[in-house]
Structures are given as C-alpha cells and as structure tokens.
Design a protein around this ligand. Structure first.
Ligand code: SAH
Length: 457
C-alpha cells in the first residue's frame, strides 16, 4: 500500500547513509526528513536497503548490502546472533557500544528530563564484555520432532535451539546442555504453549561467581515431573558445582516464567554469592543483578553518591534481597529496605544476619504504600535510594519523597526513559540533579543501567 506522506514506497530499494542509532539498536536513515529504521545498520554507513513498511512519520527497511562499512562494525562472534533476540549489538565494537549508550542517556536527559547541562559521565564498561551473565532462563519446546531449548527468535515465539550463549557464564551453558540432553534421554515432554500441556517449560540456571555454586531450576507445568530421580542424579553427575536443584510449578497460560510454588528437589534452598565482601543468599525466585563484576561498580557508585558519614537514616526502596541496603548499612546509622516480593525480603533479613549487620530493617510491600506509612510513623530519611523496575517509580512514591525532603536522592535505574521522566518530577519538586553515571551491566545488548544523584535545593 502506498503511504501518501512517505517519500519512499514499500519494496523500493535505495542507497542511504545511516546517521543515528535508536535505543533498540536500529540504524536510522533520513530520506527528505523521513526516518527509515534499518536494523543492523550502523551510524556512518552507506547501505543499500529495501523498504518493507511505511507509516505516517517513519518507515522500516531491511539492510541488503553495506556499501561503506563503519569502522566500528565487527563480525558478531556468536553464530546465531542474527537469528536470536537476546543480544542486539554484537556487530558493533565495544567502544561504540559504550559511546552509543552514553549518547542515549544524554539524549533523554535533554529531551525528557529537560536537563541538557547535567553531566552524563562516560559509561563504566567491562574489561572483557563476554560471559558475564550469572543467570540463564531458557524456554523449552518440542519443535520439528525434537525437544529444543534456547532463545525466542526476534519478535516471535519460535525457539532458536542453542547449546551455548557467549554472554553467559560457561556453568550456565552446561546446565542448559545437560538438562536438555537428560530430558531427551528420559523422554520428559516439553511444555506445549498452544495446547497448554506437557511438562518442562523453562530451564533456569544461576551461578555464584565468587562461590562457584550452581542452582538449577526446572519450571514445570504441573507438580508431576516424570523420572524425577533419574533427572536429579544425572544433573548431579554432570554439573560439578551444583548445590541446589529446585522445581517451580507454573500452571498458568502466561509468558511469565515463574509460578507461585517452589520446591527444593535436592540440596540447598539458596545459592550464595559475594559482592565486595558482603555475602548474599539468593533463592530461586529472587531478583539478583545478572552481572556481578559490574554490580560491584554500580553499587559502589550508588554508595559514593549517597555520601554517608555514619549518622544518616537511609531508605532503600525496591531493595530486592537487600543488596544495596547492606552496602549502605556499613556506612549509615540505619537502613530501611522495602520490596514487594516476600521471598526477597526473607532473603534480605537472612543476608543481614549472615553478614552480622544489625542496623537494617526490611519490610514487604509496595514502596509507594510502605514509605508513606514510615513517614507517618515519624521516620525521617536523610538519604533515599530507589532502584525501581523498568516502569520507574510510582507517582505516589515520588510525591512522598518530595514531602519527606531527604537531603539526597540516589536513583538507580535500568531504563533511562523513565529515569528522565522521574528526574523531571523531582526537579519540579525542589531537587537538583547533580550528575548521572551509566554502568554497562549488559554488554552486547542495548540495555543501559544508570545511577543519578539529586540534592535538595
Ligand atoms: N535493588 C535491588 C533490586 C532491584 S530490581 C538490587 O539491586 O538487587 C527492582 C526490585 O523492585 C525487584 O526486586 C522487584 O521485585 C521490586 N518491586 C517491583 N515493584 C515494586 C513496588 N511497587 N514496591 C516495592 N518493590 C517493588
């Protein structure tokens, strides 16, 4: 169909220059001011493209041939990079990945937060940006007569079978390979999404980098796991570091990986890991940052921004298993952590004990409900740290913080867009953003983590 406003037509081929990169890693070409998004094309490249879709203000095209390649283009080391939806930027060298992430943060600080002058520091990157992930969550299915386990192909629900993922620790690859092979040998059926029957839905592997411990989580449709004992024996035999084998039952029709019921089939309830000398017990369903080396850098930056001298009361909102809270507790008078997942708070309390930290209090609930209640109880926070999920802070929480008037707010964010939106609200309420440091928690992908610090004006 011809789109009246577009200067190009569907199926037209043309040669363009790429002059920008979107936040999801697509190249952008301008044709008479009309934006064409070209996945896999890089800024600075001249390329032959084919238009595949036109809309009112923009369109999409496929990269046919690169006529002049960017000096930042590299051969993606992973053989399934172009099929798999897990990574987006393996075709860019690491230096370009870092500078494009910095630019992305600068852009939203300017456009969304309306703070063009706030310093956005260079992204803190990794020395070796591969094999960094400590958690692998792989869907299982029966495709073309075979049990497969891998990643969903881009924008689809068909699985790209894989035996290794080069951003994962090798131990996690071994879990996926082993469970897949055993499931085939023992004829354990894969879950069938359409018919909502079968058994094995996801294989989840977690690895404690400092302890070398491995946790295997088998997500199944029902409680019944055929040939369970043989499966457990096989996993123990093949995976040297395994300390815990857990079953999670998810009987819903849903894309959410975990269900409510979790049972330990063998070994420990927890996996242990250490960040900067603090030990953490992590249970199967609790959130734990996926890149431990970079987590240390992120939390250290958050702690530096909190600028504590030991007299402060600090609130850690969205505290998960208490990771940031325990970092803060060593330098604060008292820390209050709040988190919505009950198991995570159980872990947080356990972690405080484990590290002999007795100046931290944890509560289960929504940050936007618990913090106003704390405020009403007379708790005065000198510093508030927030680390919300992608959707950012709840508006009620932002309002409460403005009423509580801590001298500093440290904002840890995995989504620059919502970070910028919330910074604008806090600025309008009387805070001044001092600076932002992005930390590369997710090399080879377009995800950006940031930490920002605001002071009461
Ligand atoms: N600071 C922790 C966790 C950050 S992830 C760490 O670095 O490990 C964000 C956390 O917010 C998750 O644990 C999630 O369960 C929790 N969460 C999501 N919505 C919430 C809400 N409304 N109130 C409190 N916690 C919430």
């Amino acid at each position: 169909m011809k789109n009246q406003n577009a200067p190009v037509q569907k199926n037209q081929t043309l040669t363009v220059t790429i002059d920008d990169l979107t936040h999801d890693g697509s190249g952008v070409a301008k044709v008479d001011g009309y934006a064409l998004f070209v996945p896999q094309a890089l800024p600075g490249e001249t390329a032959k493209i084919k238009v595949i879709k036109t809309k009112k203000g923009y369109g999409f095209a496929r990269l046919l041939e690169i006529e002049e390649a960017s000096k930042h283009r590299v051969e993606p080391p992973c053989p399934i990079f172009y099929k798999c939806g897990g990574c987006q930027t393996q075709h860019m060298d690491y230096e370009a990945q870092l500078s494009s992430k910095q630019k992305q943060v600068k852009d939203v600080m300017e456009r969304v937060a309306k703070l063009p002058d706030v310093p956005v520091h260079p992204v803190i990157g990794m020395e070796d940006p591969w094999r960094y992930r400590n958690k692998s969550q792989v869907p299982v299915a029966f495709q073309n007569g075979e049990l497969v386990a891998g990643f969903y192909a881009k924008r689809s629900h068909s699985i790209v079978d894989m035996d290794q993922c080069i951003i994962q620790h090798k131990e996690n690859d071994l879990v996926v390979q082993t469970v897949k092979r055993l499931a085939k040998e023992l004829a354990i059926p894969a879950y069938n999404e359409e018919k909502h029957n079968g058994v094995l839905r996801h294989i989840v592997a977690r690895y404690g980098k400092t302890t070398n411990q491995v946790m295997v989580v088998l997500v199944t449709k029902g409680k019944k796991l055929p040939r369970q004992q043989e499966l457990i024996d096989g996993i123990q035999k093949k995976i040297p570091g395994v300390v815990s084998i857990v079953q999670n039952v998810n009987s819903e029709r849903t894309n959410v990986i975990f269900g409510k019921q979790t049972d330990v089939l063998w070994g420990e309830t927890y996996l242990y890991d250490e960040i900067n000398g603090i030990r953490f017990a992590i249970s199967a369903r609790s959130f734990y940052q996926v890149n431990p080396d970079q987590t240390n850098r992120l939390y250290s930056k958050a702690l530096e921004y909190a600028d504590l001298n030991g007299t402060e009361t600090v609130i850690d909102a969205y505290c998960g298993i208490g990771t940031i809270s325990l970092f803060l507790a060593e330098k604060a008078k008292h820390v209050y952590g709040v988190e919505i997942v009950p198991e995570a708070i159980t872990d947080a309390k356990r972690n405080a004990k484990l590290n002999h930290i007795d100046n931290a209090t944890f509560a289960v609930g929504e940050a936007e409900k618990v913090i106003p209640w704390w405020h009403a109880q007379g708790i005065q926070a000198d510093v508030i740290v927030v680390d919300p999920p992608r959707k950012g802070c709840d508006e009620t929480l932002l309002k409460t913080m403005l009423q509580m008037k801590p001298k500093r707010i440290v904002y840890v964010s995995c989504n620059p867009g919502t970070l910028a939106r919330d910074l604008r609200i806090l600025e309008d309420g009387g805070y001044a953003t001092q600076e932002v440091t992005p930390v590369d928690m997710f090399p080879q992908t377009t995800h950006v983590e940031c930490v920002a610090v605001l002071e009461l004006k």
